[in-house]
Write a protein that binds this ligand. Structure first.
Ligand SMILES: Cc1ncc(COP(=O)(O)O)c(C=O)c1O
Length: 427
């Protein structure tokens, strides 16, 4: 069946709005490490997918999955040592205070749990988020998606803190941090004044979906302190930032603070649905007692075995160090191309997560979503998968599996330079 026929069949079966990437959607049939192969046998360097964090079809993960599925897989209402071993290994990677964990199947569910945990613990209902966030698709969590003032009394969105298009021009870096903190203060005061009360603040520590901006210095630790002083809990959504993506285990380490609750998902199971909310034991206990939370496919022996294999691979293959080293290499090389590429106005990120701000006018910082999309499509035609993202849709997102090596970066850079030669605005 050719691509046109597949597309028509998909629209009939899955509905016409089901999202697809690229002008000409890809028919991917196989993955191996950083490589993806389409039905015609063409290969692509996957530079977008953070779910297969240890690489597509990693043999150790496949073997762990196969072995456990062939031994036992049940829901969580039984004792199972493998699950406890995994919970212990996972919490050992987190800050000392985060000792207990609620497993779920998706990042959305982990954030549902975290929001409920914060509301139960504090008695408040109000959650602070940023105005260009995405934390999941359920009715409750999607209230945080691009939240606007007045849409929901229990959600208050602050302008996402950033240095590139700051809240106010002409202020010093420390004044900028204060301006964004004043937004947090106003949200807290608003919840108190309305009687809703503060439950907490939920943010991705590196603001991945907002477009990975440089965050004004000290914002995250100071915001966490402010929220705690007001009786709330600070929730770090590590669904994107966690599991060594940044070159550190957790995004909150990059930002230098310790959250009260951490949520995680995407890379945890290398593709098997596996996610979690981790917190202090008393928070988890209170949440469990109050809700009797149960999630059929979560906390299973299969999730535990696969999650453990992912941790084994990350550690045995030094993937945290690799993300830091290769990420820095790629970022430095891209920075060297910046003078020759007028649209590439800002290069930022952490580890193997890089954002390129694409503009049509550097001095006016005019976002250029259309040409960012065009560039991503050109790169795809050359065999490199990146895409556009961010609050304005104009940030090219580079986020390969953690097994991405310098040799892959070099291949990408050659194709990148070639593509620059094809577009307007590049010398
Ligand atoms: C930061 C962040 N949090 C949560 C989610 C939701 O995760 P899931 O799609 O597994 O529900 C996403 C998904 O893209 C995300 O980017």
């Amino acid at each position: 069946m050719n691509a046109t026929e597949l597309l028509a069949r998909r629209e009939r079966l899955l509905g016409a709005g089901a999202p697809l990437f690229y002008r000409e959607p890809m028919n991917i049939v196989r993955g191996d490490g950083v490589w993806l192969f389409d039905a015609d046998g063409k290969r692509y360097v996957d530079m977008y997918n953070n779910v297969p964090c240890v690489g597509h079809s990693h043999p150790r993960v496949v073997e762990a999955m196969h072995k456990q599925a062939g031994t036992l897989n049940v829901h969580s209402r039984y004792l199972h040592e493998g699950l406890l071993d995994y919970a212990e290994r996972l919490t050992d990677l987190l800050a000392d205070s985060l000792r207990s964990v609620v497993f779920t199947c998706t990042g959305t569910e982990a954030n549902e749990v975290a929001m409920a945990m914060a509301r139960i613990a504090t008695g408040g209902r109000g959650i602070i988020c940023t105005d260009a966030a995405y934390h999941g698709n359920s009715a409750e969590v999607s209230k945080l998606t691009r939240a606007r003032r007045g849409k929901d009394a229990e959600i208050r969105a602050i302008p996402y803190p950033q240095c590139y298009r700051p809240l106010q021009d002409g202020v010093s870096p420390s004044e900028l941090t204060e301006l964004y903190l004043e937004e947090v203060r106003a949200a807290i005061d608003g919840f108190e004044a309305s009687g809703i009360g503060l439950a907490g603040m939920l943010v991705c520590p590196i603001l991945a979906n907002e477009g990975l901006p440089d965050i004004p210095d000290g914002f995250m630790p100071r915001a966490a302190e402010m929220v705690r002083d007001a009786g709330g809990l600070f929730i770090a959504d590590e669904v994107q930032a966690g599991f060594c993506r940044t070159g550190r285990w957790w995004g909150y380490e990059v930002m230098d603070f310790v959250p009260d609750i951490v949520t995680m998902g995407k890379p945890m199971g290398n593709g098997l649905p596996l996610a979690a909310a981790a917190a202090r034991t008393e928070l988890v206990d209170t949440f469990r007692k109050r809700t009797h939370y149960f999630n059929t496919f979560a906390s299973s022996p299969l999730q535990a075995a696969v999650g453990m294999a992912v941790l084994d691979v990350i550690e045995d293959e030094n993937l945290r160090q690799n993300a830091a080293k290769v990420g820095e290499y790629l970022r430095d090389k891209l920075a060297k191309l910046q003078d020759r590429c007028a649209p590439m106005a800002d290069i930022r990120g952490h580890g193997l997560f890089i954002g390129l701000e694409w503009v049509s006018d550097r001095s006016a910082k005019t976002p250029d979503r259309e040409n960012a999309v065009d560039f991503a499509n050109r790169m795809k035609d050359k065999g490199f998968l990146i895409n556009n993202a961010g609050a304005l849709g104009n940030v090219l997102k580079i986020r390969p599996p953690l097994v991405f090596q310098q040799e892959h970066a070099d291949l990408f850079l050659t194709a990148f330079e070639e593509t620059l030669g094809e577009i307007d605005g590049a010398a």
